[in-house]
Ligand binder design. Structure first.
Ligand code: CP
Ligand code: NVA
Length: 311
């Protein structure tokens, strides 16, 4: 179903395609843990363009393509002619002559879309200012592992900045029919167009999506609570101001006392302890949060195998 396609946004996927990725990731995880070879991308090459920093995305994509029998090329925009002004549409058409797939982490979503338009090979969004689809697909896998497969019975809360993670959670929850309550300050809401698109997807799946300014209201009886940095990459200069504005949105024990008794906490990492999350909450949930980090590997292997391969 996904063969030859791009992964630019969860909104572009059908619900069946989302489940296909999750099921494939779960299978690849079992195979890897039991030492079974799964060289589904033997001889294939993934180019990985980074215009922002990364630990998890870079390492999990590079290890993932290697485990699938292929090769990953780390392409820093500082070293590419792209960084000296070569147009994305030319870069796209050149790279498509050498590679079998491209993963890109950049600022504007429009840049990823332009790359995908001009490169006739699969393009995977490894994070933009607007979206982080690979991370949210990973989080859905992690939720399934820790809370069961029935997303429709689950209530999730996202507390903090209405950023690329929030936008992708809205798209992810909408596709699988999960309840998602988002709490952000009034001026830091998720992207309005994304919210509208997600609400329209939700009509088909029955997902309940809502926004509030009140973090306690958002986490009430939640099974899953997620947060993320208050200052995303590119917003470093706003960090001090944001720390003051977001202080009431810290995920701490007091806030969690309003959630369901067995609630789990997700964080895509990197985490800033003492800001969006306290050290004790992160450490109490380390078993989930580092499963989440590990699952980047399995989920992205599934994305690569399904888009760049022939399964
Ligand atoms: N969560 C995530 O994308 O981490 P990196 O920025 O380290 O890739
Ligand atoms: N919202 C964060 C996510 C980092 C993985 C950022 O864009 O920096």
């Amino acid at each position: 179903m996904l063969n030859g396609k791009d992964l630019l946004s969860i909104h572009d996927l059908s619900a069946d395609e989302v489940y296909e990725i999750l099921d494939c990731a779960a299978k690849l995880k079992i195979m890897q843990k039991s030492g079974v070879e799964h060289k589904l991308l033997s001889g294939k090459t993934l180019g990985m363009i980074f215009e922002k920093s990364s630990t998890r995305t870079r390492v999990s994509f590079e290890v993932g393509i290697f485990q699938l029998g292929g090769t990953g090329l780390f392409l820093s925009s500082k070293d590419l002619q792209l960084g000296r002004g070569e147009p994305i549409k030319d870069t796209a058409r050149v790279l498509a002559r050498y590679l079998d797939g491209i993963m890109i982490r950049t600022f504007e979503q429009s840049k990823v879309e332009e790359l995908a338009k001009y490169a006739d090979i699969p393009v995977i969004n490894g994070l933009t200012d607007l979206l982080h689809p690979c991370q949210v697909l990973t989080d859905l896998l992690t939720i399934r592992e820790h809370k069961g497969k029935n997303f429709r019975a689950l209530k999730m809360a996202y507390v903090g900045d209405g950023n690329n993670m929030t936008n992708s959670y809205l798209y992810g929850a909408a596709k699988v029919g999960m309840t998602l309550n988002v709490a952000t300050p009034e001026n830091y809401k998720p992207n309005q167009k994304v919210f509208e698109n997600a609400l329209s997807d939700a009509e088909e799946t029955g997902a309940k999506l809502s926004w509030t300014q009140d973090p306690i209201e958002a986490v009430r009886d939640a099974d899953i609570i997620a947060t993320d940095t208050w200052a995303s990459m590119g917003q470093e200069a706003e960090h001090d101001a944001r720390k003051k504005i977001f202080a009431p949105y810290q995920v701490n024990k007091n806030l969690l006392s309003h959630a369901s008794k067995n609630a789990i906490v997700l964080h895509c990492l990197p985490a800033y302890r003492g800001e969006e999350i306290t050290d004790d909450v992160l450490e109490d949930n380390a078993h989930v949060i580092f499963d989440e980090a590990e699952n980047r590997l399995h989920t992205q292997k599934a994305v690569m195998a399904l888009t760049m391969g022939t399964i």
